[in-house]
Write a protein that binds this ligand. Structure first.
Ligand code: ADP
Length: 585
C-alpha cells in the first residue's frame, strides 16, 4: 500500500514542469560553487577539452608515423590526458544530466499510473450524492509521510511575501468615519482612487463593526483594480480555491490540460482517470451543434390580440432583416439569429438568440434586445416593457426551454472506450456500464422527474472548470444539463459513450475571464481572450473542452459505481459464504 501511495505522486512530478522558481534555483545554485561565472567556466572547459583532444590526436598521429609505441607517454601527454578527463567530467555533468533527465521524464500518456486508479475507484464508490466519510479519510492519510520535498516557491508566492498592507494615521481617520457611518463603505474606491487601500480600510471597518475577525481571508496578493466596476463591489479580500489539473484530455486530436477549481476531494482524480481511459482509447470527438446566447424580455398589451399581433410581426421572416439591422447595432460580434415568442394572455415573451463572438454574451444580447424594443415602440406604442428579462431566456434557472432549444453552446461529445481499457483502467465491464447507465441516468432520472439531469455528475465538472476559467458559476444550472448515453458496440466488446449538453454558457473575454488567475487557466487551455483567427473560435473550443471533461467525469464515476455493484453482485451470487466487507477491503 505504501508503494502505491508513493507511486501516486509520480504523475504530478513527471508532468511537464510549469514555470516555477524553486528556492534552490533562485538563491543557491550549484554553479555558485564555481570560481568563475557560469558562461566563463563553460568556455574554459570547452577550450580545455578540445585543446587536449587536438594535442593528443596530433601527438599520436606523429607517433604512428614515426613508428614510436603509443605506450611511451611524455609528461605533456599526461597533462593533456588529465585535462581531457577533467573537462570531460565537467561537460558530462553539466549537459549530460539534463539530457538524460529529458529522456526519463517523458510526460503525456506515460504519466498514467494504473495503480492510482484502484484508489480512485475505491473512493469514488463512496462519492456522488452522499459521502459518509470525507474523501481524505477514505484515502487513509495515516500512512507514513513521504520525506519532505525541496521547498518550491512560485512567482505568486514571492509576490505574497511582500510586506502586508499597513494602515496609516490618515487611514485610521477614514476607518473611524466608515464605522461612524459618515463615509459610505461603497464610496471608498472613488474617494481614495486606490482600490487596494479602499479594500484594506473597508475590511478593518467591517471587523470593528461586526467584532468578527477576517483573519484567514487574504487581502494582499490580489489586484483590486482589475475587479473595479466589473467583477465585485466592496471587496474585503478574496477566497482561495485550489486548482487541480485533469488530463491530458484528448479531444478532436488535440490534448488539453483541464484546470478544475474545487474543494471536493477526488473530483480531479476521478476526471483524470476518465481522461486516461479516453486517451488510451484514441480520444473523444466533440462537436458544436449550435452557438447562440438568448435574452427574453416580457412585454404587456391591453389585449391578448395585440400581444398576438406583435408575435406574428416578430416571427414573420419578411421582418427579420429589419430587426437584425436594429439588433446588430449593439456590437460588432452580436448577430441576431432568431426570435421565438410565447404568449401568456396579454403578455408576450420574446426570446432573442444571437451570436456573441468569444464573449459569453449576456450584456451583448441585452443591448441588442434593448435596441429592438426601442424600435418596436414606433409601431406598437401600446407595448409596455415589463422587464428586459422575463425568465423565458432562461438564465440561471432550470428550464425546459434551454434543454430543448439550447442556450449558449450546444455540444455533443463521444468516445469509443475499448473493452480492455474498461476492464483495466475503469475496473468494470462494458455490460455493467451500459446497464447502470440505463437504470440510473435514464430511468432513475426519469423517475425523479429530472430536467436535463440525465447524468451522473456533470455539474461537478462544469462548476470546477467554470470557476477556474472565470465563467459565471451560477450558470452551471443550465450549463450542466446533460444526457449521458452508453451503448455496447463492436459486437459488445467496446463502449460507446456520449454526453449531449445543449446549454454550455462560456466566454473567453469579458466578466471574470480577464482576471489574472482565471486568464492563466484559459491560457493553459490555449483559449485565452479573443480568437485572432475567427471571432468566437476560442469560446467554442472551450465549450467542447467542457463537454469532453464532463465525458471523462461521467465515465469515471459511472465505472466506480458499476465496479462497486459488480463486486457486491459477485460476492452475493458467487461467494455468498464470504464476508463482502472483508473481501472488498
Ligand atoms: P458579456 O456580453 O459576456 O457579458 P461583455 O459585456 O464584457 O461580456 O462583452 C464583451 C466585450 O468584449 C464587448 O465589449 C466586446 O465588444 C468585446 N470583445 C472584444 N473581442 C471580442 C470577441 N472576439 N468576441 C466578443 N466580444 C469581444
Amino acid at each position: 500500500m505504501e508503494a502505491r501511495r508513493r507511486s501516486s505522486t509520480k504523475p504530478v512530478q513527471s508532468l511537464k514542469p510549469t514555470k516555477t522558481v524553486s528556492v534552490d534555483e533562485d538563491l543557491t545554485k550549484a554553479s555558485d560553487a564555481l570560481p568563475l561565472p557560469l558562461h566563463l567556466s563553460n568556455a574554459v572547459f570547452f577550450t580545455l577539452f578540445f585543446s587536449a583532444v587536438y594535442f593528443l590526436l596530433s601527438n599520436w598521429r606523429e607517433k604512428i608515423r614515426t613508428s614510436t609505441p603509443l605506450s611511451v607517454v611524455t609528461y605533456s601527454e599526461i597533462i593533456a590526458i588529465l585535462a581531457f578527463v577533467a573537462s570531460f567530467i565537467y561537460l558530462l555533468g553539466f549537459f549530460g544530466i539534463d539530457f538524460v533527465q529529458s529522456l526519463i521524464l517523458r510526460p503525456q500518456t506515460e504519466v498514467w499510473n494504473s495503480e492510482d486508479d484502484d484508489e480512485v475507484a475505491d473512493v469514488l464508490l463512496r462519492k456522488e450524492d452522499a459521502r459518509k466519510v470525507p474523501c481524505g479519510q477514505a484515502l487513509n492519510c495515516s500512512l507514513p509521510p513521504l520525506p519532505p520535498p525541496a521547498p518550491i516557491v512560485t512567482v505568486q508566492k514571492v509576490l505574497d511575501e511582500k510586506p502586508v498592507t499597513v494602515l496609516t494615521e490618515e487611514d485610521e481617520e477614514i476607518i473611524k468615519s466608515v464605522v461612524a457611518g459618515t463615509t459610505p463603505s461603497y464610496s471608498l474606491e472613488s474617494k481614495l482612487g486606490d482600490c487596494k487601500r479602499a479594500a484594506a480600510i473597508r475590511r478593518e471597518a467591517l471587523q470593528r463593526l461586526t467584532g468578527k475577525s477576517l483573519e484567514g481571508l487574504p487581502l494582499d496578493g490580489f489586484d483590486y483594480e482589475s475587479i473595479l466596476g466589473q467583477c465585485c463591489e466592496m471587496p474585503v479580500g478574496y477566497v482561495q480555491i485550489p486548482v487541480g489539473i485533469a488530463g491530458p484530455l484528448l479531444i478532436n486530436g488535440r490534448e488539453y490540460s483541464v484546470p478544475m477549481a474545487t474543494t471536493e476531494g477526488c473530483l480531479v482524480a476521478s476526471t483524470n482517470r476518465g481522461c486516461k481511459a479516453i486517451h488510451l482509447s484514441g480520444g473523444a470527438t466533440s462537436t458544436l451543434l449550435r452557438d447562440g446566447m438568448t435574452r427574453a424580455p416580457v412585454v404587456r398589451f391591453g389585449t391578448a390580440k395585440r400581444a398576438a399581433d406583435l408575435k406574428l410581426y416578430l416571427e414573420d421572416p419578411d421582418n427579420f432583416d429589419t430587426l437584425a439591422v436594429v439588433f446588430n447595432r449593439s456590437s460588432r460580434f452580436g448577430r441576431l439569429q432568431g426570435i421565438k415568442c410565447a404568449i401568456a394572455g396579454k403578455n408576450l415573451y420574446l426570446r432573442f438568440t444571437c451570436t456573441t463572438g468569444d464573449a459569453m454574451g449576456m450584456n451583448m444580447v441585452s443591448k441588442g434586445v434593448q435596441n429592438v424594443l426601442d424600435f418596436l415602440q414606433t409601431d406598437f406604442p401600446d407595448m409596455d416593457v415589463m422587464g428586459i428579462s422575463g425568465n423565458f431566456c432562461s438564465d440561471k434557472k432550470p428550464a425546459a426551454v434551454n434543454w430543448i432549444e439550447g442556450r449558449g453552446k450546444s455540444v455533443v461529445c463521444e468516445a469509443i472506450i475499448k473493452g480492455d481499457i474498461v476492464r483495466k483502467v475503469l475496473k468494470t465491464t462494458v455490460e455493467s456500464l451500459v446497464e447502470l447507465n440505463m437504470l440510473k441516468n435514464l430511468t432513475g432520472s426519469a423517475m425523479a422527474g429530472a430536467l436535463g439531469g440525465f447524468n451522473a455528475h456533470a455539474s461537478n465538472i462544469v462548476t470546477a472548470v467554470y470557476i477556474a476559467t472565470g465563467q459565471d458559476p451560477a450558470q452551471n444550472v443550465e450549463s450542466s444539463h446533460c444526457i449521458t448515453m452508453m451503448e455496447a458496440v463492436n459486437d459488445g466488446q467496446d463502449l460507446h459513450i456520449s454526453v449531449t449538453m445543449p446549454s454550455i454558457e462560456v466566454g473567453t473575454v469579458g466578466g471574470g475571464t480577464q482576471l489574472a488567475s482565471q486568464s492563466a487557466c484559459l491560457n493553459l487551455l490555449g483559449v485565452k481572450g479573443a480568437s485572432k483567427e475567427s471571432a468566437g473560435a476560442n469560446s467554442r473550443m472551450l465549450a467542447t473542452v467542457v463537454a469532453g471533461a464532463v465525458l471523462a467525469g461521467e465515465l469515471s464515476l459511472m465505472s466506480a459505481l458499476a465496479a462497486g455493484q459488480l463486486v457486491k453482485s459477485h460476492m452475493k451470487y458467487n461467494r455468498s459464504n464470504k464476508d463482502v466487507s472483508k473481501a472488498s477491503s
